[in-house]
Design a protein around this ligand. Structure first.
Ligand code: B16
Ligand code: MG
Length: 213
């Protein structure tokens, strides 16, 4: 089946906000006296905010926290994260990414975003990239986080394309698993290449142009 559309993950593929997630989670972990490092942060790639909090709380050895308290912690983290996002500018997207997205569209493929983030639209506005996407599926329109395929299935539905005609581009193993579970083709970049599960392994973002001919 010929590919008709591409669904891109955001963080780790188009922009790199993991450093901001790390800084904001680290502040919270320090306040609660929980050990947290970059290796644990890597486990949060593609994972929803509340699921990320649960991963960090695996090392919390005091009384279990109520849902209300957890929601307060997640919301505080998000406020701090959004302050850091405000420092982002169009320079945070490489020319390679911008030009490749434009060329993919020129070649006739539709383009959607498939991100777990509830801040995805805000990030795209900060980096002036909203117009590069025909549709946006993000953390605000899903109830199940990757590796569940919901975010990508919604992206395909928004585009009006069948899942099997879509290519998912992901930097997280959970995202590759989600694409496979959704019946889509998958392309891994960065960290996700190592899992060896994707149909394609990308060395660079513009390698997509070799697949999307
Ligand atoms: P938020 P992606 C994901 O974005 C991040 O990789 C993950 O670290 C984060 O926890 C998740 O979004 C939720 O983000 O707190 O902004 O809703 O990789 O799916 O684009
Ligand atoms: Mg990602």
């Amino acid at each position: 089946m010929a590919l008709k559309a591409v669904i891109f993950d955001l963080d780790g593929v188009i922009v790199f906000t993991d450093k901001f997630h790390y800084q904001a989670w680290k502040k919270m972990a320090d306040r609660l006296d929980i050990y947290f490092d970059e290796t644990i942060n890597n486990r949060l790639r593609g994972v929803s905010r509340m699921d990320s909090l649960d991963i960090i709380l695996e090392r919390y050895d005091k009384e279990p926290l109520s849902l209300a308290k957890k929601e307060e912690l997640a919301s505080q983290k998000n406020d701090e994260y959004r302050e850091l996002l405000k420092t982002m500018t169009p320079d945070d997207v490489s020319d390679e990414v911008r030009e490749t997205l434009a060329e993919i569209r020129k070649r006739g493929y539709k383009i959607a975003l498939g991100s777990s983030s509830r801040n995805a639209k805000f990030i795209l506005e900060r980096v002036a990239l909203t117009d590069a996407f025909d549709e946006i599926s993000d953390g605000t329109n899903i109830s199940k986080s990757k590796p569940d395929p919901e975010v990508f299935l919604k992206g395909a539905e928004f585009l009006g394309e069948k899942p099997e005609d879509c290519l998912v581009v992901e930097d997280a193993e959970a995202g590759i698993d989600a694409g496979i579970a959704g019946g889509m083709k998958t392309a891994a970049i960065g960290e996700a290449v190592g899992c060896g599960k994707a149909d394609y392994a990308l060395d660079t973002f513009q390698d997509l142009l070799k697949i999307l001919v």
